[in-house]
Design a protein around this ligand. Sequence first.
Ligand code: C5J
Length: 226
Amino acid sequence: MATLDALPGPYTFDPATTALLVIDMQRDFLEPGGFGETLGNDVGQLRRTIAPTAALLAACRAAGLPVIHTREGHLPDLSDCPPAKLNRGDPSMRIGAPGPMGRILIRGERGHDIIDELAPLPGEPVVDKPGKGAFYATGLGELLSSLGVVSLVVTGVTTEVCVHTTVREANDRGYECLVLSDCVGSYFPEFQETGLRMIAAQGGIFGWVASSTTFIAALQASLQRT
Ligand code: C5J
């Protein structure tokens, strides 16, 4: 077992039953010239998560933790995209419209894929999700059950949208979620701060929050003891 300082209090996990979940580190959200930037967002707010997430991936892979990646996106015929999601925002910038890196949020398009810096290794599951949460309409729950996972270390973008929705879904399903503050990002600094505070509020209503260096130190110390 390992324990680390977190908010709202110590987080204890067993590396043997813990997985890393990396949410939607996709080109369209993170890369200059992608869909997110075209909407007027400052991708620098998300890109600061890349270096700490790369270090975290290396540490989790070395420790043998399962690493699971997700991507938000839809089938080319949009049959898995409800009208309520499709009909949002400027029609020229909607899901399925031609974007700077292919059709926006469509599976198989360049912008939909994960950035090169954090590319999944062969054999690491990539969960394609049509919703904001990673459990909705995916096989993630079954995958985690098959791996015996009870604790989730959650990273990715964006803090207040897909990270939050996934952590809430996971919390309702009984997973103990640790969100790493420097490995999650929002285009909006106030949402980043409040999103993290909301997770740890009220005694950890959705989970725990800590830095990636704190988590990596606890992981490595626990493995040295075994
Ligand atoms: C994610 C979004 N991944 N913000 N999507 O958070 O629309």
